[in-house]
Design a binder for this molecule. Structure first.
Ligand SMILES: C[S@@+](CC[C@H](N)C(=O)[O-])C[C@H]1O[C@@H](n2cnc3c(N)ncnc32)[C@H](O)[C@@H]1O
Length: 240
């Protein structure tokens, strides 16, 4: 697997630029913010990366615990400054050093498809949530992890129903990045969530609107095709 530690610099440049990653800034971030419970509450940002979501959440009044496996990413997050109520934790989403039932909300954005044992990460998210707490998960859409967007704008999908690890993709944005993503069908992620003791509340597959397509040339080929799959699920309260 490509290590995120080797891509800290290029990811940081890409992640912070609205031109390089309009999907995050224009579409995914506003959708995630709407799905979160209202502040103030504690949120665990699982796989926080260089911290763009952590910063957006602290700016809105959340108390954020940013969990990251890559020390390089955590350093980038720290260097971006202390601009809110947050704590950093070096840890693995599949084995969280956190007590059961101790957080109000877990958010994991663009992380599960990077993890071989993502089912354990979903279980861990459910374990650390308090009864009634909310998980917000977002992954690169399974149509994208098993598909290829042609220059003609047609998405060619193959082996949608099989869990697999397609070959790494080298992508030139404002920087060169290598993405290595596990492919799982939508139902696999949702079933893992239900099996972990969560009740599904929302499933969202956002697509760019007409104004966004006009403003960002990169959206043009994505008219009507979701780039991201988001779902929310609530920790079932233990029976009295
Ligand atoms: C595509 S980046 C997304 C970062 C951030 N969530 C965002 O949307 O800006 C994926 C991040 O997940 C982290 N990650 C991957 N596997 C992890 C694991 N098992 N535990 C914690 N973090 C992990 C990587 O180090 C990387 O920073």
């Amino acid at each position: 697997m490509t290590s995120w530690d080797d891509q800290v610099e290029s990811w940081t440049v890409h992640a912070r630029s609205a031109e390089s990653d309009p999907f995050f800034w224009e579409i995914n971030l506003p959708v995630v913010m709407e799905l979160l419970p209202p502040p103030p509450c504690q949120v665990l940002d699982l796989g926080a990366g260089e911290g763009r979501l952590t910063r957006a959440m602290t700016a809105r009044g959340y108390t954020v615990f940013s969990v990251e496996r890559s020390l390089g990413m955590l350093r980038a997050l720290q260097l971006a400054g202390e601009d809110g109520n947050r704590a950093l934790l070096n840890g693995d989403a599949c084995a969280l050093p956190i007590k059961p039932g101790s957080v109000d909300c877990v958010v994991s954005l663009m992380v599960l498809m990077s993890i071989a044992d993502a089912r354990s990460a979903v279980r861990e998210a459910a374990r650390v949530l308090r009864g009634g707490g909310l998980a917000v998960f977002a992954v690169l859409h399974p149509l994208v992890t098993c598909g290829r967007m042609g220059d003609d704008g047609d998405l060619r999908v193959s082996d949608y129903g099989k869990c697999s690890l397609p070959a790494p993709r080298l992508v030139q944005r404002s920087v060169l990045l290598t993405y290595e993503h596990f492919h799982r069908p939508v139902g696999t992620y949702l079933t893992w969530s239900i099996d972990a003791g969560l009740t599904l509340e929302a499933v969202v597959e956002p697509v760019p609107g007409a104004e966004q397509i006009a403003a960002h040339p990169r959206f043009r080929r994505w008219e009507g095709v979701p780039n991201m799959l988001l779902w929310t699920a609530r920790r079932r309260a233990p029976r009295p």
